[in-house]
Design a protein around this ligand. Structure first.
Ligand code: PLP
Length: 428
């Protein structure tokens, strides 16, 4: 029997990279087993080092709205690469990308590009603190905003003001500035904003890092009002939702304007790009226009800007893309409702446009306690069953599934068939 290349590569990787991966969840730690090492991808299909193909619903954790290796993006990157990969000087392409972002995202008047979602959120937080002269920050349980210290904090249950660090290396001093409220709970938020010491509320307008959890009707509008009443800035972390749930992100879809917005994933067309933007008066605080320091050797990189430009241009010129995604999503809604109705499994399906999650619990799933109520062991069996069917889902129950332009009706049928077979073994 030929040894698996995936196994060999994982062994080699673990010898030289912590845990064998460059981002923890890729290691299959929660579900066990060897992650496939991906050699290539096209459309909705991934191919691993053993030559096995998978129908992909991870989409590189969100960026691949147009599918893998989309010709418009690849063409733009190749063309850009031939002119040099980095100049550390301004380029026309960055201006083009910035203008597209400003045109597409309703609340953004000026934008600064960085290299990841994490950089975007940590920089936006700095701006919010500088603008308000306050130190505190409020986030939601189960919300993820990248791996900067201030965000790696989860309040101990009931602890209103003191954060407890979630990772060794985050200092108690940093954690103390982070307050954590329950998602979709305006009363909890109000209580934590009351003393006027919070600079900003950071929220995923559709939560995607505890699985997909939509905002309850009135939640985002209520946040806007609470922030206005307490002089707190509202930051929408649209790293995941930006350009995905609508061309202008969740703020367009739900009609609520934040003060600042963070972007990542799709804005780079699959290359490393993040961005933060908002009202001119806030963004003009950023150096060199203002005193808030923020910088990056590779920020606005020509290849990344070319990929982002190509992706956003395609999105802007093809609004029917969202109709396609909605139709695919609707097909899944119907299929999963049928499976649930036929077999009586405890399932909760949350979906907003092309992001969705299937929770293996009765539901409803509206916040972190309900999102984390499922049994880990049940998810593990589900995940490996789906992988054996050739369906690549995130190896964690706390991640969203992503649909792309490259998915088709028959892909949805394939997913539903695999789901029905796998769920029979999970609940059988
Ligand atoms: N914010 C949200 C909502 C995210 O989903 C993520 C990543 O998944 C981040 C921030 C961090 O982005 P990055 O992984 O590019 O640093």
């Amino acid at each position: 029997m030929t040894p698996s290349r995936n196994h060999t590569l994982f062994d080699q990787a673990r010898a030289v990279i912590p845990g064998g991966v460059n981002s923890p969840v890729r290691a299959f730690g929660k579900v066990g087993g060897t992650p496939p090492f991906i050699e290539s991808a096209s459309g909705a299909t991934l191919r691993d080092a053993d030559g096995r193909e998978y129908l992909d619903f991870v989409g590189s954790w969100g960026p691949m709205l147009l599918g893998h290796a989309h010709p418009a993006v690849i063409g733009a990157v190749v063309e850009a690469a031939q002119r040099g990969t980095s100049f550390g000087a301004p380029t026309e392409r960055e201006v083009g990308l910035a203008r597209r972002v400003v045109e597409m995202v309703p609340s953004i008047e000026k934008v600064r590009f960085v290299n990841s979602g994490t950089e975007a959120t940590m920089s936006a937080l700095r701006v919010a603190r500088a603008a308000t002269g306050r130190s505190g920050m409020l986030k939601y349980r189960g919300g993820y905003h990248g791996h900067a210290d201030a965000f790696l904090v989860e309040a101990g249950s009931g602890a209103a003001t003191l954060g407890v660090p979630d990772s060794p290396g985050v200092t108690p001093g940093t954690a103390a500035d982070t307050r954590t409220a329950e998602y979709n709970d305006l009363d909890d938020t109000r209580r934590l904003l009351d003393d006027g010491r919070v600079a900003c509320v950071f929220v995923e307008p559709v939560a995607g890092n505890m699985g997909c959890v939509p905002p309850a009707p009135g939640f985002l509008e209520g946040l806007r009002e609470l922030c206005d009443a307490t002089g707190t800035l509202l930051v929408f972390d649209e790293v995941m939702t930006g350009f995905r749930v609508a061309p202008g992100g969740a703020q367009e879809r739900f009609g609520v304007r934040p003060d600042l917005t963070t972007l990542g994933k799709i804005v780079g067309g699959g290359l490393p790009v993040g961005a933060f933007g908002g009202r001119t008066d806030l963004m003009d605080l950023v150096a060199p226009a203002g005193p808030v320091y923020q910088a990056g050797t590779l920020s606005g990189n020509p290849l990344a800007s070319a990929a982002g430009n190509a992706a956003l241009a395609f999105i802007a010129e093809h609004p029917e893309l969202y109709t396609h995604l909605e139709a695919l999503g609707g097909q899944l809604d119907d299929g999963i409702a049928r499976i649930r109705g036929t077999h009586g499994y405890p399932l909760t399906w949350n979906r907003v446009g092309s992001m969705a999650s299937l929770f293996l619990t009765e539901g409803p799933v509206t916040d972190w306690p309900s999102a984390s109520a499922g049994e880990a062991e049940r998810f593990t069996r589900f995940f490996h069953g789906m992988l054996a069917e050739g369906i690549y889902l995130a190896p964690s129950p706390y991640e969203a599934w992503f649909l792309s332009l490259a998915h088709t009706e028959s892909h949805m049928d394939r997913l539903l068939t695999a789901l029905e077979r796998t769920l029979a073994t999970v609940f059988g």
